[in-house]
Design a protein around this ligand. Structure first.
Ligand code: ADP
Ligand code: MG
Length: 261
């Protein structure tokens, strides 16, 4: 699903050069839920932005869904991004003077859907996050947890293959954080790959895998408590043929039984 080989990202200004990612290599399978932790400034956001094609990288190779996305032009990158990727941010990033329905609809305008298709998608996404009754509210009329659910609906409405969440519970209390995590787990169970940056070790342990980024490099990768991603479990149970028939693109490595690799 996501395969980075020795990716580096250098931010250059007149005075300084920051190496935000250094020879970063990582492979994430379809259907995985991966939690990402690491010190502030270690490159977590840069990694998500590069993975989500929001940001170009300096060198290395990146395959997204098997396609080499190195050196793509801006319009090609945005098209792939809009089709395949949903983003969730710590500060929700909703437009304050648009109601929830309109906020969820915004990215769909860039996809060329008919208005009927947009309505279907927005309504279904708001129902899925439990906000159908609040669609006429503006963000300020909702709690933080509800605003984040609206932002999740906005990501879901595009039917993404991957959701990239950058500290999605960073502004929420424990109860609301738990509810957002429950929702993300449910979305992941439906087949969406999720990468989530968090500072909360308990939430990180709820993923399939927990990776740690230190100083722009992958410092650790260990299994979490979520068991095996659905696609891997199916492949282990009935051989790789079932996986191919299911249309999954994940390559299951030998010995995947028991743990996401
Ligand atoms: P994290 O999300 O782990 O806190 P970031 O990915 O935001 O870390 O930042 C990694 C490093 O890259 C930091 O040293 C940060 O200052 C630097 N950095 C991030 N974005 C930019 C930018 N747009 N311009 C210059 N430096 C940046
Ligand atoms: Mg960050």
């Amino acid at each position: 699903m996501i395969e980075m080989q020795s990716v580096s990202k250098v931010f250059r200004t007149d005075v300084v050069e920051t190496h935000a990612l250094k020879a970063f290599s990582l492979r994430i399978e379809a259907h995985e839920f991966v939690a990402i932790t690491g010190p502030s400034g270690s490159g977590k956001t840069t990694f998500l932005n590069v993975a989500g094609l929001l940001e170009e990288f300096t060198s290395g190779k990146y395959l997204l869904d098997g396609k080499d996305v190195s050196g793509l032009k801006d319009d090609a990158r945005s098209r792939i991004r809009n089709e395949k990727i949903g983003f969730i941010f710590q500060s929700f990033n909703l437009i304050p003077d648009l109601n929830i329905y309109d906020n969820v609809e915004v990215p769909l305008h860039y996809r060329g859907f008919t208005s009927a298709e947009r309505r279907k998608r927005v309504t279904a996404a708001l129902e899925r996050v439990g906000l159908a009754q609040r669609m006429k509210h503006i963000p300020a009329q909702l709690s933080g947890g509800q605003q984040q659910r609206a932002a999740i609906a906005r990501a879901l409405a595009g039917d993404p293959r991957v959701i990239l969440a950058d500290e999605p519970t960073g502004n929420l209390d424990t109860t609301m954080s738990g509810q957002i995590m429950d929702l993300l787990e449910e979305i992941n169970s439906g087949g969406t790959t999720i990468l989530m940056v968090t500072h909360n070790p308990e939430l990180a342990m709820r993923a399939h895998r927990h990776i740690e980024i230190v100083d722009g490099a992958l410092a650790a990768s260990r299994p979490g408590n979520r068991g095996v991603p659905e696609a891997s479990a199916a492949a282990v149970a009935s051989g790789a043929g079932a996986l191919a028939r299911a249309g999954a693109t994940a390559t299951i490595k030998a010995g995947a039984a028991g743990q996401p690799s």
